[in-house]
Design a protein around this ligand. Sequence first.
Ligand SMILES: Nc1ncnc2c1ncn2[C@@H]1O[C@H](COP(=O)(O)OP(=O)(O)OP(=O)(O)O)[C@@H](O)[C@H]1O
Ligand SMILES: [Mg+2]
Length: 290
Amino acid sequence: MIDISEAVMEAAPAHKGAAVEVHQLRKEFRRKDSRKRGEKRGERRSRVALDGVSFTMEKGETVAILGQNGSGKSTLVRLLSTLLLPDGGYARLLGHDVVEEPRAVRRLVNRVSVEASFFKKMSAAENLGYAARYYGMTSKDTRDEIPAILGRVGFPPDRRDEPMEALSRGMQQKVALARALLTSPVVLLLDEPTTGLDPRSKLEVQEFIREIRETHDSTILLCTHDLTEAEGLAERVGILDRGRLLALVPADDLKQRYGAETLEEAFFAATGREFAAEEDEDDDDREVFA
Ligand SMILES: Nc1ncnc2c1ncn2[C@@H]1O[C@H](COP(=O)(O)OP(=O)(O)OP(=O)(O)O)[C@@H](O)[C@H]1O
Ligand SMILES: [Mg+2]
C-alpha cells in the first residue's frame, strides 16, 4: 500500500523546514526635506536601511546578527515583526508573509528590544497578564506561571507590583524577556537583549536565552553588539554592513574564511571597519519612529 502522507511530504517545497525566509528585503527611509548644500530641489532624499537582504532560518535555529550602529539590525527586526513595511522583497515566518498576513505573523513572533512597549502605569505582573491573554492564555494558566517566569529572569520579587515606569531599564528588559518566554513564541526576535544590563544580569539573560533555545524549540534571531554572546548562543553568525548581509555562517567558518583568530578580526576583514566603532550618522534626520 502506498503511504500517502509520505508521498505528500516528499512533494513539499524545499523550504518546508524554514521558520524564517527573507528574500531581497529592502527598506528605505525618507529623510527630512531640509536640503543640504549642493542638492537640487526635488532631489530624492532617502537612506537605504536594508539593501536586498536574503537568508533563511531553520526551525529551532539561533542566528546572531552583528553590525555597527545604523547597519540595519533593528530595521530587519521591525520588518519581521510587522512594525514596518518593506519597500521591496519579502519576508515569511513559517510560510506567512509579513505584509499579507500580519496578524498570523504577530501571533508567531515576539520581539524583545530596548524600546519594548509596556503599559507604563501597570506593573510587571499586570503587563505579563495582559500579554498572556492576547496570546489566548487564561488567568488560571498564568497565576503560577507569571511569578515563576519573573523569578527565572532574576526580576526582584518585591518589585513585581510596582508600575513599569518606576523600574530601571535593565529590570524592564527582564520583564520584556519574561513576556517573550511566557507566550512561548515560535520565533523570537531579540534586538540587543543584554545591552545596558549589569554584568551579572547579562549572564543571567544569556543563560535564559540558552534555556529558551533548549526547552522551547524557538527559532531565535539575536541582534547584538556582544561578540561572545553571538559566538556562545548562535549556530550561525551574520554580518550586516550598511544594509547588506555579507555572510551568515557558523562563527568558526567566518573566522576561517577571513583567516582570523577572533570574530572581531573577521568582522574587520569583512567590512573594513572596526566592530566597536560608531557609524557617523545624523539621527535628527529621522522622520518617524517605529
Ligand atoms: N524610523 C526611521 N526613520 C528614519 N530613518 C531610520 C528609521 N529607523 C532607522 N533609520 C535609519 O536606518 C538605518 C538603520 O537603522 P537601524 O536602527 O536598523 O540600525 P541598527 O543596526 O539597529 O543600529 P544600532 O546598533 O544603533 O541599534 C540608520 O541609518 C537609521 O538612521
Ligand atoms: Mg538597533
